[in-house]
Write a protein that binds this ligand. Structure first.
Ligand code: ADP
Length: 179
């Protein structure tokens, strides 16, 4: 977890490769659906372009599908999900039904000014200054509470500073996971 531009994708890819497990990025899945012009992709488009969250039922549908796939059987990494308490609750139900639980939540922290700089130089379609500000607001209002929810649920949260050398950040995540 972490605000937009925290490096979830970068760190998530490295981590999934090291652990030999699949990584599911809900942002990537939605962008792929949009490129393929599927009904889900087309329905998600206006939310993504506005910096808003795609509705929870759509997101829970996506997660239900990926978790049911064969390659998730030995573990998986979720990137960009859950982003609301309702999504976290839905995920818990799905995992319970599968007899699974979460080992840890990795929370990447990055100051706002660094985020604004990173995103405004990245150039994705939802990286316009106005949209970035909205995504940060949405993150604070809807996603940050998910961390408290996990803390209350007794799930291990690894707080990692997401500023600095990419490989050093990765080593910190691996180190904390191994403890
Ligand atoms: P970032 O972390 O840089 O904001 P993502 O690639 O994770 O970008 O997500 C891009 C957009 O996709 C979000 O702004 C949102 O509109 C949508 N999205 C991704 N994951 C979710 C989710 N779990 N719930 C709702 N919307 C999502």
């Amino acid at each position: 977890m972490g605000p937009p531009g925290a490096g979830k994708g970068t760190q998530g890819e490295l981590l999934a490769r090291r652990l030999g497990i699949p990584r599911y990025s809900t942002g990537d899945i939605l962008r792929q659906a949009l490129r393929e012009r599927t009904p889900m992709g087309l329905a998600a488009k206006r939310f993504m372009r506005a910096g808003e969250l795609v509705p929870d039922d759509v997101m829970l549908g996506i997660i239900g599908e990926v978790l049911a796939s064969e390659e998730s059987a030995n573990g998986f990494l979720l990137d960009g999900f859950p982003r609301t308490v309702a999504q976290a609750e839905g995920l818990r139900r799905t995992l319970e039904e599968m007899g699974l639980g979460l080992d840890a939540v990795v929370n990447l922290t990055v100051p706002d000014d660094v985020i604004m700089h990173r995103l405004s130089t990245r150039g994705r379609k939802d990286d316009l200054a106005k949209t970035i500000r909205r995504r940060l607001e949405v993150y604070r209002a809807q996603t940050k509470p998910v961390l408290d929810w996990y803390a209350d649920a007794g799930v291990r949260i690894l707080a990692i500073e997401g500023v600095g050398d990419i490989e050093e950040i990765q080593q910190q995540i691996l180190g904390c996971l191994a403890l």
